[in-house]
Design a protein around this ligand. Structure first.
Ligand code: ADP
Ligand code: MG
Length: 381
């Protein structure tokens, strides 16, 4: 186990838990419309090394923290108003467990050291990785007996209330429910989740992530505006969420809505259908057949939802020109990363072509790497 724990806490950890980041294969801006998403857990993990204390203190440190200090809270005085910065992701889990009804009166204090291979802010959900590893650890070490779906809700509750980020439950579901070479098909209304085999390994395919490092200042405002358009569209159409519309409702939507709202609605409605089609296609025809759905998803985000940027379009176009099976931007938009489904042998060629195209266009260099679908949160040692 790591010696970082030793240098911070002056003893060896006694146990280790870890949880992965995630990438979303398809289903963008569908989560808050009660729709469908298809993310998978990746082979980059956040590790929590832990030692049980004999008091009621929760003490945490992270290699991510440049000051490297230890922060602590008493399990008898957990208050989300008194949590900020990265440690809110850890203290927030303890608070969220309690707030959602777990009895922590018999829980022992813990020393926790976090270190991570999930890059922060690259659209791979380093936040869910830390939440879910810690949530599984607390559940097992405190004998709470919660299932993974409840732990996902605990992670979301911590992120919403203790961190203050209004996110959905996709990231935590992927990080807790992931399996090797499989994706997590999540219904964001019922929160039912199903593991769907990807079959990338057998087909000789890999998923490239192209991190553009672009993050536009208007991303937050743009996200809020898209949510507002979706709510307006649902309300005019007389449904509680856009999930309740199908592609057959689009002609009527076009009559009733202004052009911009209609195109926002069309993205969400067709994207939900593409997630369903991707799941069916994976099962019936295998992963090589999903390329067109990925490409259609990108076009819909670029033209109807208008959340792509030049760098993302260039990454997608270049990957496709050089033989990718499919490609699309992933994540909230206005920057971030694109993904490309590629033949294992073509990985180098496509990565080089994208890097060269960025240089030729005068964009700063992207980071390109592969991810594999991996197991969700686990007790490692
Ligand atoms: P992402 O897309 O990576 O999830 P977020 O903004 O949602 O981006 O979450 C990133 C935040 O999560 C970081 O700013 C930090 O507060 C916390 N975090 C992520 N990884 C770690 C880590 N290894 N140690 C401590 N905090 C972390
Ligand atoms: Mg996050």
């Amino acid at each position: 186990m790591t010696t970082d724990f030793q240098s911070v806490f002056g003893a060896e950890p006694t146990t280790r838990y870890s949880a992965p980041g995630r990438v979303n294969l398809i289903g963008e801006h569908t989560d808050y419309n009660d729709g469908y998403v298809l993310p998978f857990a990746i082979d980059r993990r956040t590790v929590a090394d832990i030692r049980v204390r004999d008091d009621r203190l929760l003490r945490v440190a992270s290699s991510f923290d440049p000051e490297g200090g230890v922060q602590e809270r008493s399990l008898d005085a957990l208050d989300p108003a008194d949590m900020d910065g990265w440690s809110a992701y850890v203290f927030g889990i303890a608070w969220a467990l309690q707030d959602r009804g777990a009895d922590l009166s018999g829980a022992t204090g813990l020393d926790v050291f976090i270190h991570s291979e999930v890059p922060v802010g690259a659209g791979l959900s380093s936040s869910a990785a830390i939440e879910c590893g810690v949530a599984l650890a607390f559940d097992e070490l405190w004998g709470l007996g919660l299932d993974r779906q409840e732990l996902a809700r605990v992670g979301q509750w911590a992120e919403n209330k203790a961190v203050g980020a209004p996110t959905g439950i996709m990231d935590q579901s992927a990080s807790l429910l992931g399996r090797q070479d499989a994706a997590v098909f999540l219904d964001c209304r019922s929160l039912e989740a199903e593991v769907v085999d990807l079959g990338f390994d057998a087909a000789g395919l890999e998923l490239l992530v192209i991190d553009t490092h672009v993050q536009h200042a208007h991303a937050t405002g743009g996200y809020a505006a898209r949510r507002a358009s979706c709510e307006r569209g649902a309300s005019v159409m007389g449904v509680s969420a856009l999930r309740d519309l199908s592609v057959d409702d689009l002609p009527r939507a076009q009559e009733l809505l202004d052009d911009e709202t209609f195109r926002r609605v069309r993205h969400v409605v067709t994207e939900d259908q593409r997630v369903l089609d991707t799941v069916r296609t994976l099962r019936e025809q295998g992963p090589r057949a999903i390329g067109d759905l990925l490409v259609a998803s990108h076009a819909s985000m670029r033209d109807d939802f208008e959340i792509s940027v030049a760098e993302l379009d260039l990454a997608v176009e270049t990957a496709l020109e050089h033989g990718a099976v499919g490609a699309r931007m992933t994540g909230g938009g206005f920057g971030g990363a694109a993904i490309a489904l590629v033949d294992r042998e073509a990985r180098g060629t496509i990565a080089d072509a994208v890097t060269a195209a960025f240089a030729a266009a005068g964009h700063s260099a992207p980071t390109v790497f592969t991810v594999h679908a991996d197991e969700g949160a686990r007790h490692d040692a």
